[in-house]
Design a binder for this molecule. Structure first.
Ligand SMILES: Cc1ncc(COP(=O)(O)O)c(C=O)c1O
Length: 440
């Protein structure tokens, strides 16, 4: 029998890294060994600024003592209990606190473990809601070009990020997409552009084409994050809301990035004054410490589903082993407490004007083709150099060498500083980013 070598002599080859150029990484790894506050440290102990709040998920900075202690306490008391047909106190408390924090009416909370799980859960809730009301023919979903709703089959099908779609086949049937909202008239506008509210009428066109009675839900990110911070034009979200309401279509806001303060209020729904029927949440809910995510549902939508089944029956055949994980709930409760006690979102509002001005200042660099931003989300779009995305990737690598971790969405460079950063630390992030873009 031939001997099989089970262990490769390339130690980095065993981890198949997500959303990563694996082979390039193995040749030139970017390792992060430790973090504290708004800084990472590489294995050599050199400091790097965290310019992306982890992956938009660590707004309070790394290593918050209160969260660590809450997690440890919960581990000591109850490490796990099955979430199906049993409940843990921390999950009910967390659901109540979220319900109090969310816009009126969004007060029924289903826990999941990631943004992708929340999105697929939300889509299933929409289908079942219509079905139990005798409108089972409402099965279509409307997403948007350049939207990102995670990587599960529902999420990528309604998403509109080309690279996340093209390798995986057909996806869900019956999905249509609105056009995205980046238009030349709003170039270099920081905040909401004056033009483009009428792009929401794409939804009306799809209603006219397919019939409202075939459409279950429309899902959008209030600000599309992963394709480079696409801020909704003034009036756009309002118009989507009107069209959904008029035609009985559920409006789902994917607030996985915008939720918990990124726009200066608890949720983008508050900031923009538009309330969806279902909202997906993840990322900042537990300050990145333990995977945790949620779907917030309008009370009557959930109640309709509950009422459709006899009381002893499971009403919604859906859930995850790690839904409402007690340790994740403890981490989230500690996070929400800090948000309240430190008035964290007011801090975001205070830091925002200077940050957006600094990002807007990239306009004067030679190959910058657009700047966009809202709250503590800022994007600088660069002209491609050769293959699309190559320049963005180069900037990401060079920024790491210069002591800054940031996001590259194709050729758009994104800064999303932790809310815990000082104005000086944010200015330093911008300065490093500017130096790297200028030199490359
Ligand atoms: C808007 C939005 N939805 C969903 C997701 C997916 O979340 P996760 O990576 O936790 O599955 C993301 C992740 O970036 C996101 O930005």
């Amino acid at each position: 029998m031939t001997a099989v070598s089970r262990i490769s002599n390339q130690p980095l080859a065993h981890q198949w890294m997500p959303f990563t150029a694996n082979r390039a990484f193995q040749d030139a790894p970017r390792l992060i060994a430790r973090a504290e506050g708004v800084y990472y440290f590489n294995p050599q102990g050199e400091k790097l600024l965290d310019g992306s709040s982890g992956l938009y998920c660590i707004p309070l900075g790394h290593g918050r003592r209160e969260i660590r202690e809450a997690v440890t306490r919960q581990m000591e008391v109850l490490d796990y209990a099955p979430p199906f047909q049993y409940g843990v106190p921390a999950a009910f408390q967390l659901a109540q606190e979220l319900a109090e924090m969310l816009p009126n009416g969004l007060n029924r909370i289903l826990f999941t473990g990631s943004g992708s799980e929340s999105v697929d859960s939300a889509l299933k809730i929409a289908i079942q809601y219509h079905r139990v009301r005798g409108e089972g023919q409402r099965q279509r979903f409307i997403g948007r070009e350049r939207g990102y709703h995670g990587v599960n089959f529902g999420g990528w099908s309604v998403g509109g990020m080309v690279n996340n779609r093209k390798a995986f086949g057909l996806g869900l049937p019956g999905v249509s997409h609105l056009r995205h909202t980046v238009i030349p008239e709003n170039k270099f506008v920081m905040g909401q552009g004056e033009h483009g509210a009428e792009l929401a009428d794409d939804l009306q066109r799809l209603v006219d084409l397919h019939g409202a009675d075939s459409i279950a839900a429309c899902i959008v990110e209030p600000i599309a994050g992963s394709t480079g911070i696409l801020v909704p034009p003034k009036g756009y979200l309002e118009r989507l809301r009107e069209i959904c309401t008029r035609h009985g279509i559920l409006l789902i806001f994917d607030e996985v990035i915008t939720g918990f303060g990124r726009t200066g209020q608890a949720f983008a729904a508050d900031t923009f004054g538009v309330v969806p029927d279902i909202m997906t949440l993840a990322k900042a809910i537990s300050n990145g410490s333990i995977p945790m995510a949620a779907v917030a549902v309008r009370e009557d939508v959930q109640q309709t589903i509950l009422d459709a089944a006899p009381p002893e029956n499971v009403e919604f055949f859906h859930g995850y082993t790690y839904s409402a994980h007690p340790v994740a709930c403890a981490a989230a409760l500690a996070t929400l407490k800090i948000f309240r006690e430190e008035d964290t979102f007011a801090r975001v509002r205070a830091l925002t004007p200077a940050f957006l001005e600094q990002i807007g200042g990239f306009k004067d660099l030679p190959y910058v083709t657009d700047t966009r931003g809202f709250g503590l989300l800022g994007a600088v779009e660069l002209a491609p150099e050769g293959k699309p995305g190559a320049r963005g990737y180069k900037i990401l690598c060079k920024a790491f060498e210069a002591g800054l971790v940031l996001r590259a969405a194709g050729d758009t460079i994104v800064l999303a500083p932790p809310f815990a950063a000082t104005a000086e630390e944010i200015a330093r992030m911008v300065e490093i980013m500017r130096a790297v873009i200028t030199a490359n």
